[in-house]
Write a protein that binds this ligand. Structure first.
Ligand code: AMP
Ligand code: ZN
Ligand code: ZN
Length: 398
């Protein structure tokens, strides 16, 4: 009954907000690999300040806990199985091509990006949007980009330049000023991979991001629109320890005659040469410790994975800390594990006129909820999605 009441209240407020139009601005920052406990484990004066003056929460990634699938989930509110970016690397069965981050032609082909990113939803309803790097923003999805966007060129755009760009965008003349700005940073993921999660170098990388964001916030406070800015900081997934001792070597287990592609070190989509090979692969994998393997149709429901045609015929998930690869393992940290594992959870902070002050959300929420949240903050009607604004009713001021 209480939930019904809350739902009705949220619908009424959303409709009122949409009718009135919103005079707020929303900035969402993604720090890649922002594990949920970094702000607790490390020195984080700005994260602490956001918690004090806003909302602190823990967010669950969608499965698989990788960068492309989850950034595009944050943008669309759809689980990877539904939006189509089902991994950082996968086979497109229709044409046999391999989607991967290193294949620019594939990763910028709009046909593979399903659903409707928030910038399209908002722009269709007359709200101007900007990105400073975000998965999907440099792709013509349904023929559209955000009004302001850049080709992804990694560190060519320094962190300081990204901050400058956010500030520039919010000082454009009102008629062309974006009401949504989405901005991405590669840290602390890069350090987390190289050195592991809770370790000096990753601490330093995280603390640099904390002070970078503090600087951005301070400059935003000097703008006339400062009281209208909702500022969200979160990420795509966490980080777990891995090492070169905990590795399963597919070449030692699987006959190459059975498979056309083994994609990803965790999780792993295996594409077979013919349907009969599925049994051979499953049989061989059943003797291997530290992994779980399923036929595509048997992937457990809680992962929300397996309905997409491009998921492998056999799907392998290593235990947290284990990898499936024939390559060299030089990293000390990785992600892509079971999205419910503690190490994969993500920190979330939000501050601004629409967020409660000093509120610690007691339950985790799934990252599919970010899309309906952004739509609510922008006062636009969301496209169909897997999230629920009602999950976040407690963090908002009505
Ligand atoms: P992961 O392997 O899941 O840790 O992916 C992290 C990598 O994704 C980072 O090294 C980034 O360089 C890369 N990345 C992030 N955003 C984009 C983008 N929009 N286009 C291409 N690569 C990206
Ligand atoms: Zn990532
Ligand atoms: Zn990563």
């Amino acid at each position: 009954m209480k939930r019904l009441f809350i739902t009705i209240a949220i619908i009424a407020t959303t409709l009122a907000a949409m009718a009135a139009g919103r005079d707020t601005y929303t900035i969402i920052i993604s720090l890649d690999g922002l594990r949920w406990d970094y702000p607790e484990a490390f020195d984080a004066p700005f994260f602490d300040r956001m918690a004090r003056d806003g909302v602190k929460a823990v967010m669950s990634p969608s499965f698989p806990s990788k960068t492309f699938p989850n950034h595009y989930t944050l943008a669309t509110g759809l689980r990877p199985d539904h939006h189509g970016i089902i991994a950082n690397k996968f086979m497109v069965r229709d044409n046999g091509k391999v989607f991967s981050l290193s294949n620019r032609e594939m990763r910028t082909d709009g046909r593979y990006f399903g659903g409707e990113p928030v910038w399209i939803t908002a722009q269709r309803q007359g709200v101007t949007c900007a990105t400073v790097y975000w998965v999907g923003s440099d792709v013509a999805i349904q023929g559209q980009h955000p009004t302001y966007w850049q080709d992804y060129l990694g560190e060519k755009l320094t962190h300081a330049q990204r901050v400058d760009e956010v500030l520039r965008l919010l000082q454009l003349p009102e008629a062309v000023r974006p009401h949504l700005v989405m901005c991405y940073f590669e840290e602390p993921d890069a350090s987390g991979h190289a050195c592991g999660p809770i370790v000096k170098q990753t601490r330093q990388a995280f603390e640099r991001m904390d002070s970078l964001l503090a600087g951005m916030w301070q400059r935003l406070q000097a703008l006339d629109i400062a009281p209208q800015i909702n500022f969200i900081v979160t990420g795509d997934h966490g980080m777990a320890w891995v090492d070169n001792m905990r590795v399963i070597r597919p070449s030692q287990v699987l006959n190459p005659e059975w498979t056309t592609l083994i994609a990803g070190d965790l999780p792993t989509n295996i594409y077979v040469k013919s349907p009969e090979c599925v049994d051979s692969v499953m049989n061989a994998l059943s003797r291997v410790d530290h992994i779980r393997a399923w036929r595509k149709a048997d992937i457990p429901a809680y992962l929300g994975y397996g309905s997409n045609p491009n998921v492998g015929d056999v799907f392998v998930m290593p235990d947290v800390g284990w990898l499936v690869t024939d390559g060299e393992v030089e990293d000390n940290g990785s992600h892509g594990f079971d999205h419910t594992a503690s190490d994969m959870q993500v920190a979330f902070r939000a501050i601004g006129p629409d967020f409660k002050r000093g509120y610690f959300k007691p339950d985790r929420f799934p990252n599919v909820d970010i899309y309906p949240l952004l739509c609510y903050l922008l006062g636009v009607r969301p496209a169909p999605n897997d999230g629920y604004l009602t999950d976040l009713h407690d963090i908002l001021v009505y």
